[in-house]
Design a protein around this ligand. Structure first.
Ligand code: ADP
Length: 166
């Protein structure tokens, strides 16, 4: 019997301050797995915020349009990820894994989200070349004037240079 395949919608939540090639690697892998992918920029106050949530959304939107990513959208959200995911009628949460260190925290987070909201988390492992890339490190390297052209998309690099000139 032929059954219609259910369309799967995923939410990829994060701070994305700023979005890196590591995040984009996860997004590219997510596109292959899901019909719809919503990149969700968390508005929760984080330490050392470099870009406002609006700026982060703007940069991600530029990338989605430049690369013509089908079925991908971006927006910001406030409050609990699971509540946001429920509101968007998402089937799964997507998260990326860089290393075993990530697993500890992500495991806890995924277990908690499943316990409180019954939502599953799907993990994809990033390409080895981005295993060490983090937004925190990007912010640090940028403040010291390092070359980040291999680790972040061009539009983010340009904005970063502008921001740090001020
Ligand atoms: P959060 O503050 O919620 O951790 P991040 O923006 O730092 O938000 O990360 C969002 C998601 O992307 C997390 O699942 C994180 O593990 C993953 N991630 C971050 N950097 C990378 C990378 N270089 N490769 C793969 N996944 C990554």
């Amino acid at each position: 019997m032929l059954m219609a395949r259910k369309s799967v919608r995923a939410v990829f939540p994060g701070s994305f301050d700023p979005i890196t090639n590591g995040h984009l690697d996860v997004i590219e892998r997510g596109i292959k797995l899901f019909d719809e992918l919503i990149i969700a920029v968390g508005k929760s106050p984080i330490k050392n915020q470099l870009f406002t949530p609006e700026e982060r959304v703007e940069m991600i939107d530029e990338i989605i349009r430049q690369r013509q990513m089908q079925g991908v959208s971006v927006e910001s959200f406030e409050g609990l990820t699971v509540e946001y995911a429920a509101k968007k009628k998402a089937d799964v949460i997507l998260r990326g894994l860089r290393s075993l260190t990530d697993v500890h925290y992500e495991f806890q987070l995924a277990m908690t989200n499943r316990a409180v909201a019954g939502i599953e988390t799907v993990f994809v492992m990033t390409s080895e070349q981005y295993g060490f890339t983090s937004s925190t490190l990007i912010r640090e390297i940028a403040s010291l004037g390092g070359d980040l052209s291999n680790l972040i998309p061009e539009n983010v690099y340009n904005r970063l240079k502008q921001r740090l000139k001020k």
